[in-house]
Design a protein around this ligand. Structure first.
Ligand SMILES: Cc1cc2nc3c(=O)[nH]c(=O)nc-3n(C[C@H](O)[C@H](O)[C@H](O)COP(=O)(O)O)c2cc1C
Length: 413
């Protein structure tokens, strides 16, 4: 459906070529300072027509707050956000009156609803993600102000060109465990995850923070464009300063919600968290994240490594959360493809219209937004549990294995 979240709820609306797109955000705490500009920043990073690496469809995507706010402060009531669709050219899509685009959503929408928007991708178009990005910007603002949460995504691969992440595999000595005894990611990549900022990400049009790789990615995307084809890629996201305790086992584990959120973004095909698929090759003795006393001396535990990606048992553990999302090569290409018309007549489709040769540079703020929506919702759910528990009389007779050790006050500075 078109609504996401439980206590922080976002409903998006709009199709590729209708009058406007946007969303209603319900559950925004009252008293948050908020302006159009707070939201516009992320919409401008998402908008089409940013560079020669994206679709030339020219939309400014200027957002207007419609409700839920007065004197620049939220009222706690639903916030409406609206962006006009301006560069509408439905006639670009006339050949798709006859042909469902291979691997796009034309045929499945028709199968499901028995009717579909006459032009563009309708609801399956990436225009829909404007509402997500706008709502995500509000969530992010709250998360930053309340907990110092930082969410940064970047392009980690385009086609077969990957940012360097893994150490070279040592020569095999015939022992499978020994062969795998290498860390999942290099210290340089782990440092990048710790320090990456949006300013660094935006230095290159690809949104890849590794200059040498970014240059190769640029050439790869241009090659796809010039050959009337398209190419896929991955976006990696890191979330820092995440409060521990977020996520609702067993069916609503935090990584399950992140996967749900990410795989609801158009064109996504894959998701992995922490060490991901690569982690499956490393023995437990190297993969386990050993505990250590948290810095500051006030009690609590941190981990020496973070192959778990900040989530254990479906619950955030206070370490950085990081995950990777795979995006397919966009379906609409102007290269001729042998396919069939809606009525089954075989034919050849060369789709006209303006399309992204690769979606990952524009997908970066969408991934950040969906991460913010998940965290915001899970934070509110956990806060409500904690608030309810504090009203109960304290039980002091439980064995130590059932409760957290008492906290020692932090030493005076
Ligand atoms: C930022 C972004 C831009 C996109 N641009 C295009 C595009 O120009 N052409 C296209 O065919 N698909 C594009 N897509 C993907 C389609 O929206 C999506 O692939 C299509 O609806 C089919 O759905 P599915 O891939 O989720 O199965 C884009 C996706 C994103 C996230």
């Amino acid at each position: 459906m078109s609504t996401f979240g439980t206590l922080f709820r976002v409903t998006t609306y709009g199709e590729s070529h209708c009058a406007s797109v946007g969303c209603i955000v319900d559950g925004v705490p009252p008293g948050l300072r908020l302006t159009d500009a707070d939201i516009q920043v992320q919409l401008s990073r998402r908008r089409p027509g940013q560079s020669n690496l994206t679709t030339p469809r020219d939309e400014k995507d200027l957002v207007r707050l419609q409700s839920g706010i007065e004197h620049g402060v939220t009222l706690g009531t639903p916030i409406g956000l609206l962006v006009q669709n301006q560069d509408q050219r439905p006639h670009d899509y006339s050949e798709t009156d006859f042909y469902p685009r291979p691997s796009h959503a034309d045929w499945t929408y028709l199968q499901k609803y028995g009717i579909k928007a006459s032009s563009g991708g309708g609801r399956s178009s990436a225009r829909e993600t404007i509402g997500r990005v706008a709502a995500g910007a509000i969530a992010e603002k709250y998360l930053k102000e309340a907990h110092g949460v930082e969410i940064v995504a970047f392009v980690s691969s385009v086609g077969k060109i990957h940012i360097p992440t893994t150490p070279p595999t040592p020569p095999s000595n015939g022992d499978e465990d020994e062969d795998a005894a290498t860390d999942v990611f290099t210290p340089e990549y782990l440092h990048l995850l710790k320090t990456i900022t949006r300013e660094i990400v935006d230095k290159d049009l690809t949104r890849c923070p590794h200059a040498e790789t970014a240059e190769k990615m640029t050439q790869r995307i241009i090659r796809a464009k010039e050959s009337h084809d398209s190419i896929g890629g991955t976006v990696t996201c890191v979330i820092r300063n995440v409060p521990s305790g977020l996520g609702e086992p067993v069916f609503d584990k935090l990584e399950a919600h992140l996967a749900h959120a990410m795989l609801s973004i158009p064109a996504t095909k894959a998701f992995e968290v922490g060490s991901g698929f690569k982690g499956t090759e490393v023995p437990g003795s190297r993969h386990n994240d050993a505990f250590i006393a948290r810095e500051g001396g006030a009690g609590g535990l941190a981990t020496t490594t973070n192959w778990s990606g900040g989530i254990q048992g479906g619950i955030s553990n206070g370490q950085d959360i990081y995950f990777k999302v795979g995006f397919k090569s966009p379906a609409t290409i102007s290269k001729e493809q042998a396919t069939a018309q809606y009525d089954g007549t075989p034919g050849t489709l060369a789709a006209r219209g303006r399309h992204d040769p690769c979606v990952v540079p524009r997908a970066v703020p969408i991934v950040e937004a969906m991460a913010a929506l998940v965290l915001m919702d899970q934070l509110f759910i956990q806060n409500s549990r904690v608030a309810a528990a504090t009203l109960l009389p304290r039980v002091n007779t439980l064995p130590p294995s059932m409760v957290l050790p008492p906290r020692t006050p932090a030493p005076e500075q």
